[in-house]
Design a binder for this molecule. Sequence first.
Ligand code: ADP
Ligand code: MG
Length: 309
Amino acid sequence: MSNILEAHTISKKFGEFTALNKVSIQVPKGSIFGLLGPNGAGKTTLIRIINQITVPDQGHVILDGEPLQNHHIQDIGYLPEERGLYKSMKVGEQALYLAQLKGLSKSEAKKRLHFWFDRLEIGDWWNKKIQELSKGMAQKIQFVVTVLHQPKLLIFDEPFSGFDPINANLIKDEILRLRDEGATVIFSTHRMESIEELCDHIALINKSNKILDGKLTDIKRQFKSNTYEIGIKTHEVEALHKEIATSFNVSPAQFKTIDEQLKLNVRLNESQRPNDLLSYLTTKGEVSHFVELLPSTNDIFIKAVKNNS
Ligand code: ADP
Ligand code: MG
């Protein structure tokens, strides 16, 4: 798979402060790429460099095989972190204006906007003033304007901040749909937990350094701890717990159940296989739950930071 975007050893200082230290990323075509890291890590700085708003001190960017240049602005749909709309303009009027700035004709812009407004069920906002909208509502309008000209690369800086869970989900679904329709998506977030089901590739940035990147499934495999969450139906919870602990490394598990049962996290050692555990458990009672515990992105981030310091 070829890369739609490559950033090579990008460095950026603001005065004496290093915001990015030789950060490189490769974004495969057709992927959803998560740029993750805490506040102040350097995510927005990198995104602004890719969008030619900030000039890097060092390094270069390749877009679809070419060194980044002015005309590439048309190929990128960019939702900035600081989102401003003209407060006194009406929603439809403003969306039409912004869409035309992206090179769409007025009639084409109108057609596409109506399509999107219907899809997001916000048709009745058309004649409202921006100042009448909540932050989340205004953000929806900006999301639409960002994707309207169907750029091949979409970059959303913290797209979920400002949204309630329902709207955040709606935007998540739209991002997946845009990817399925052929776009590549890069988005940043400081909320590590919210991206599991969305990203196929990630880069973790911490204090201006990239500390980890790659395919999310590969990274999860690399960081997994061979731990299984198990549930076993029994009236002898205490006794069975003790017994299992003589053969396996166990700790309490937290998952919801309706029946009385023993719930444990079992960490296998080098010589133990999941099937050994499962066969053992079936001799002790009815196994109702057996799931491999994969590390969350947050766990991975914490480990990666530790390994790096
Ligand atoms: P993130 O998006 O990961 O939260 P940013 O890229 O916005 O982080 O910022 C990284 C660091 O660079 C922060 O400490 C921020 O204060 C600093 N920074 C960003 N832009 C500027 C600027 N224009 N001038 C001075 N410092 C800046
Ligand atoms: Mg930011």
